[in-house]
Design a protein around this ligand. Structure first.
Ligand code: MG
Length: 236
């Protein structure tokens, strides 16, 4: 399998800073192992930016399996949070994809950043949000429509930096040529719907153009949060 990817991040239209982080920062092509990740940091005094950056640095320098890398990143964020009082309480989401030459994609995930698979113009959300509204939706307490402007839609139930012992989800996807994988922060998915995402992904064949179009659509819808997208196309 060969992969071509593009990543973009944007502060949005409301926030002063960008606490999201993405890996790799450069676009490129690969026929070997490829690591792609999105992190969405939180915490005052720029701590959110540090948390997401520490998480990305940790997974990028690790050789472990996907879920274990997320646990390693959690321990790194915890360590930094305990070392500095002004970084106390910092945290981050983390969603990572390890793309293998044989077409296997291993996903490690905690928080409400997402990984989607777009196959034949069908969009499938591979990860489950660790958020209050996702739990309410799963238990039938609210409807999908009610999640959009729910007052607690920003409350996440799992993130790095909260506890030394983090429960991490893992998923395996067997990729096919023509598949497109999207990783993104909630600055995208809280602004535009899955249908809008699916339309943009199928209208824009180049991953760079698709990424920019997604960010533009989120900003046109209000751009209330930092927006990060990573798109990986499976070539052959
Ligand atoms: Mg966010």
């Amino acid at each position: 399998m060969k992969y071509t990817w593009a990543t973009s991040t944007h502060p949005g239209l409301v926030r002063d800073s960008n606490e999201d982080a993405v890996f790799p920062e450069e676009d490129g092509n690969s026929d070997g192992d490829l690591l792609v990740a999105v992190a969405d940091g939180m915490g005052g005094h720029a701590a959110g930016e540090i948390a997401s950056a520490v998480a990305i640095e940790t997974i990028a320098s690790s050789e472990a399996a996907a879920a274990e890398r997320v646990r390693e990143a959690n321990r790194a964020v915890m360590g930094r949070g305990e070392a500095r009082t002004d970084h106390h309480g910092m945290g981050t989401t983390l969603t990572i994809g390890l793309f293998r030459p044989d077409g296997t994609l291993d996903v490690g995930h905690a928080g409400d950043s997402r990984l989607y698979l777009s196959r034949r113009h069908e969009l499938l959300q591979v990860t489950t949000d660790h958020s209050l509204v996702a739990e309410y939706l799963a238990t039938g307490k609210i409807t999908a429509e009610e999640t959009v402007d729910h007052p607690q839609r920003n409350v996440i139930t799992r993130a790095l930096g909260i506890s030394w012992d983090l429960e991490v989800d893992d998923h395996r996807v067997n990729l096919r040529p023509g598949d497109r994988v999207l990783l993104c922060s909630d600055g995208l998915t809280s602004m535009i719907s899955d249908d809008e995402i699916a339309t943009i992904l199928s209208e824009q064949p180049a991953p760079q153009a698709a990424g920019w179009a997604l960010i533009e659509a989120a900003n046109q819808a209000g751009g209330e949060d930092n927006i990060t997208v990573a798109i990986v196309d499976v070539l052959e």
